[in-house]
Design a protein around this ligand. Structure first.
Ligand SMILES: [Cu+2]
Length: 364
């Protein structure tokens, strides 16, 4: 009974299609280098002319230089259109700005999607072939064959191989997502409230930033997308590991930023932890992703990743502490190199000037 036999095979193929997003064995892409590029390092900062002064000034007045090296200026970075936010008519994932996100995006577009499409087309083709070729009018005497060892072995083995092929990169990705942050990672404690977010920095004096959604007019004034823009962002350093700990004060929320491949529940009485490394400076938007009450849709997330020096400056602007500041203030001799490194983080426009300023300083 060829018909029954083929029906069985189609049923199996359909089962495979539904239950298994499969992969042919493929190797994951080489992990990109985590170090941010020099231009990324220099991108978003505001020029700090006092810090860019040549080291000669630092020698003349070491105390002044030490003070200016402890930059505490902060201007919210303007978001880049289409980066770290949804785009019009977008149907794919957002562009990814973390290594894990790039890996997961590759797994989806280069492994799962092709397999899903191929199996769907195969099943559709088989269905059409059977409907046409084995309809009663064209095939009045049905086959009475009930078993075919070869084909039964094939339709058992092929799905198994496909599943194993998917399991390899998939379990690898899962394991990487559970990798804990190193001991020296910056810790940010994210607390979900009805209906806003709080970000506290236990490694930097434990100050807390409360983050509320901006009104439509205020968001427009700042050139940011409405219902994603917030008054105070979660500011973090780019290109280095961040330990994010989520919790909540009332009901379950979920801290989720699609372009960073990050989503973790914030549960009252519990702390969940996950490492995040953002590849380059930028503003990345997300939203609470656990239905948490009346204003669930109005507690967006804005993560601003800055080069390390600018992050430190932001911490100081919030009244927080930066490791090493006491040393720099106490020992004016350390001021000159600090001034040079501060000079290196300026706007792209000021990059040349800063390099020029840094060169003689470095020569001394
Ligand atoms: Cu919520």
């Amino acid at each position: 009974m060829a018909f029954a036999s083929w029906t069985k095979s189609i049923g199996f193929a359909a089962l495979v299609l539904v239950t298994a997003p499969m992969a042919l064995a493929q190797t994951p892409p080489a992990p990109p280098v985590t170090a941010p590029t020099p231009s990324a390092q220099a991108a978003p900062a505001v020029a700090a002319p006092e810090a860019a002064a040549p080291a000669a000034a630092a020698e003349a007045a070491p105390a002044d230089a030490a003070a200016s090296a402890l930059d505490s200026s902060y201007t919210p970075m303007a978001p880049t259109a289409g980066k770290g936010m949804p785009v019009d008519k977008g149907i794919d994932f957002q562009d990814q700005y973390s290594e894990l996100g790039e890996y997961a995006h590759w797994l989806d577009t280069s492994v799962l999607l092709p397999i899903i499409v191929a199996i769907s087309l195969l099943v559709l083709g088989l269905l059409i072939w059977i409907i046409v070729r084995y309809r009663a009018a064209a095939n009045p005497v049905a086959s009475r064959v009930t078993h075919n060892t070869t084909i039964e072995v094939i339709w058992t083995l092929v799905p198994v191989l496909i599943l194993v092929g998917v399991a390899v990169p998939s379990i690898d990705l899962l394991a990487k997502q559970y990798k804990p942050a190193p001991a020296d990672a910056v810790t940010v404690k994210v607390t979900g409230y009805q209906w806003y977010w709080g970000y506290s920095y236990p490694d930097n004096g434990d100050f807390e930033v409360v983050s509320n959604m901006l009104s439509e007019e205020d968001a427009a004034k700042r050139g940011e997308p409405h219902q994603l823009a917030v008054d105070n962002r979660m500011v973090v350093p780019a290109g280095e590991p961040i330990r994010i700990i989520t919790t909540a004060s009332d009901v379950i929320h979920s801290f989720a930023v699609p372009s960073l491949w990050f989503k973790m529940d914030a549960v009252p009485g519990r702390s969940n932890e996950k490492m995040l490394i953002i590849k380059e400076p930028g503003v990345y938007y997300g939203q609470c992703s656990e239905l948490c009450g009346a204003r669930h849709g109005f507690m967006p997330i804005a993560v601003e990743a800055l080069p390390r020096a600018k992050f430190d400056a932001w911490v100081r602007s919030q009244g927080g502490t930066v490791k090493g500041d006491e040393v720099a203030a106490a020992a004016p001799a350390a001021a000159a190199p600090a001034a040079v490194s501060a000079a290196a983080t300026t706007t792209p426009a000021a990059e040349g000037a800063a390099a020029a300023a840094a060169a003689p300083a470095a020569a001394q």
